[in-house]
Design a protein around this ligand. Sequence first.
Ligand SMILES: Nc1ncnc2c1ncn2[C@@H]1O[C@H](COP(=O)(O)OP(=O)(O)OP(=O)(O)O)[C@@H](O)[C@H]1O
Length: 218
Amino acid sequence: MPLLHASDLRRNYGNLSVLKGINLTIEPGEVVSIVGASGAGKTTLLHILGTLDRPDTGSLQIANQDVFILTDNQLARFRNERIGFVFQFNNLLPEFTALENVCLPGFIAGKDERTVRQRAESLLTTLGLRERLGNLPSQLSGGEQQRVAVARALINEPAIVFADEPSGNLDSRNAEELHQLFFRLRDELGQTFIIVTHNEALAALADRTVTIRDGVIE
Ligand SMILES: Nc1ncnc2c1ncn2[C@@H]1O[C@H](COP(=O)(O)OP(=O)(O)OP(=O)(O)O)[C@@H](O)[C@H]1O
């Protein structure tokens, strides 16, 4: 069974037809990059695949769940438990420490507090942030903040992590480190990533590159 199966996804904004029938299958443990010209619909597609937005028509299965038949509340719960996100601007909560930011989705999922804390510490240690657990985001470098965001995305052991231009705000050294991290997590945890990127180095490293043009996958 594929991990994700999208069938004939369509999305219009008013008269503008952005997605015109997207079909996509993702297997577990793949790192897939989504590329395409500016305005091609990459973010629109990522938001739909990540269940942040609904298509006008079409269906999507993730981990054997037909997601768009769920109510908004059911979908929010599914997203919290099964999907992780990394955005260009890390969206860490400024008044919470690195450790607290990582724990939060685990607490929201209602998991045991001690278990969540231990997993968060272990993830942050794996990502080289053992000495930064108590730092606020403002006390971290851009690269460190993005690694905290990756740990936060992983806290609930998601089926898939979606990333939208994750290295878009980093210098080339930090960008490369972040990219290596995705592949290490793929190798060590079997983690699946779907990444929208303009970064050609990252797209070239991916197991598969999906190009959107004229509203469909090329
Ligand atoms: N909420 C919205 N309302 C109206 N139009 C929108 C909305 N969101 C996106 N669009 C339009 O849909 C098209 C696709 O946008 P999208 O952000 O998905 O493209 P993209 O491929 O991610 O672009 P970029 O690489 O520049 O980030 C664009 O023409 C955009 O202007």
